[in-house]
Design a protein around this ligand. Structure first.
Ligand SMILES: [Zn+2]
Length: 322
């Protein structure tokens, strides 16, 4: 009998669903725009249909459960999404209860950074790593800690947000309310905000963007820095320096065996990795920080699907061992 779990990855613009067998083979996958502003009920119906399609395409005999990873804040214990920030109108949405009623199987809900890290633990760069820390840098900085294959949870199930650790209280203001947190220095939009605050009169960025400052993105800043543009170089060096400090803080706080890095940042890893290694070298007195392996993630945009499915398969394995 072919049994499967469906993993769902709900982001601010796209929702993906994938069907997985117990060995971690993806049997089918689909994605659609979520159009969150149309309201939670319309969104939940869409997700339900997507799960039905993926289930049908995978030709499995039975559905074991549904694991959902979502952009947060969310409550993994009560199974509700509270995220009017990137899912407009989605305030206190009981997604777990809805899917349980629709499919009559166990349903889990976890933070997207957590399931992406869990995916890397199950089938990606972090397989069999007991203390795995994951960092995703894109439009924000997401982090997760996986211990012995389990998501680390804080009080009341809260997901810790190391991406908002404060690196410089005199730094730029972040929407989290703090000045100078990791995200406010290193996320793509933060790098763009920094470059736009500088005098670009002599910078090749004006040429690269066709004279339209609004077209400048983090990728362009990195390309200009590589080409020797002084202003872009200064902005990137600042982001690289703070990124190195943040990684040092992660190591000092958690001493993971491995840190996996993912997101848009990895396209500029040639710029970020040397500064990070230098920061680690400079802070290896208290701990053997240099022994921490730092690797790129392997599963790309599918990491969250794998990890969401794994939340169900790992429950199954525990039950069968008892
Ligand atoms: Zn912040």
């Amino acid at each position: 009998m072919k049994r499967l779990v469906i993993g769902v990855d709900l982001g601010g613009t796209i929702v993906r669903a994938g069907a997985f067998d117990a060995q971690g083979n993806m049997l089918s996958m689909r994605d659609i725009p979520i159009e969150a502003a149309r309201g939670p009920e319309s969104g939940l119906r869409k997700i339900q249909r997507l799960i039905e399609q993926v289930r049908a395409e995978s030709e499995a005999d039975s559905l074991v459960g549904i694991g959902i990873g979502s952009t947060g804040p969310l409550d993994p214990i009560r199974g509700r999404i509270h995220n009017p920030f990137t899912l407009p109108t989605w305030d206190d949405v009981p997604i777990v209860e809805w899917m349980q009623k629709a499919f009559h199987v166990p349903v889990t809900l976890e933070n997207d950074a957590d399931v992406a890290a869990l995916g890397e633990y199950w089938k990606g760069a972090g397989q069999s790593i007991k203390k795995l820390f994951a960092v995703t840098v894109g439009t924000g900085v997401g982090t997760a800690l996986i211990e012995e294959g389990k998501i680390y949870r804080g009080m009341d199930g809260f997901h810790p947000e190391a991406g908002h650790m404060i690196l410089d209280p005199n730094g730029p203001l972040c929407y989290c309310g703090a000045h100078g947190c990791w995200e406010s220095f290193c996320a793509g939009p933060s790098i763009v905000r920094d470059i736009l605050s500088r005098d670009l009169f002599h910078s090749r960025l004006l040429q690269m963007s066709g004279g339209n400052r609004e077209k400048i993105d983090a990728r362009m800043v990195a390309d200009a820095a590589r080409a020797g543009d002084t202003v872009a170089r200064e902005a990137m060096e600042k982001a690289e320096r703070y990124f190195g400090l943040a990684i040092v803080n992660v190591i000092i706080n958690f001493m993971p065996e491995m840190i996996v890095l993912s997101g848009g940042l990895m396209k500029s890893s040639d710029l970020f990795l040397p500064a990070m290694q230098a920061a680690i070298e400079a802070h290896s007195v208290m701990l053997p920080a240099k022994q921490v392996r730092i690797l790129p993630a392997q599963l790309g945009y599918h990491a969250g699907l794998y990890g969401a499915a794994y939340t169900i398969w790992s429950q199954e394995n525990e039950q069968s061992e008892q």
